[in-house]
Design a protein around this ligand. Sequence first.
Ligand SMILES: Nc1ncnc2c1ncn2[C@@H]1O[C@H](COP(=O)(O)OP(=O)(O)O)[C@@H](O)[C@H]1O
Ligand SMILES: [Mg+2]
Length: 239
Amino acid sequence: MTALLSVSGVSVSYGKVEAVRNVSLEVRTREIVTVVGANGAGKTTLLSAAMGVLPLKGQVTFDGVDIARLDIEDRVASGLSLVPEHRELFATMTVEDNLELGAFRIAKPVAAQSQERVYTLFPRLKERRKQLAGTLSGGEQQMLAMGRALMGAPKLLMLDEPSLGLAPIIVADIFRIVGELRDAGVSVLLVEQNAKAALGIADRAYVMELGEFVLDGPASEVARNEAVVASYLGFSHPA
Ligand SMILES: Nc1ncnc2c1ncn2[C@@H]1O[C@H](COP(=O)(O)OP(=O)(O)O)[C@@H](O)[C@H]1O
Ligand SMILES: [Mg+2]
């Protein structure tokens, strides 16, 4: 199967410091791919570069098109969407208005359809549509950030640490919805420190350490790898 997103030999630097080094990765259609790694491994840097927020060396193709030099707007228009690590909602605006901002480039009738889809995925957002984003719980804010990113009907959703700061039961809820997205035909690139939850839902996984991928494979195999268990999964993971 051809890749939807293909990252090949990509490096990203902050000045002289190379935070991502010669990384290659693929996300295929209807796949959840995860990149797991400790804080500071380079996960956010990699997503930022794929989105066009940071310049990169190397090749990135999306849906068969070379996007490595495209600006952010053109990447969004081609079907790529990023939910940033800190969610970046407009706290003093309502749920509904935050969603609308995710649809500013789409025609009104299409946006209305997108909104209905988002409310079907996240009934909680519909209940709270008149509530200010800043007054939502952490889990609801993550749902809103995902909902906003989905308003443009992306082909690939990139999620940067969606589980950050959330209770396990809420994480389970969010990850269940990630699975539903895949079933609905959206591919997902999921970046997580929470390796246990991410490997539990992903089809394939890459392990990132100090800017490089050190291991990859089917998520179920990566989850059984002894070094991964020792470093990221601790004793609670079943042998
Ligand atoms: N804006 C920045 N300027 C300089 N160095 C940065 C910047 N952002 C991140 N870094 C460094 O790049 C490395 C990777 O960071 P990051 O991509 O945020 O990792 P992760 O998302 O895996 O926690 C770290 O060493 C971090 O300190
Ligand atoms: Mg990060």
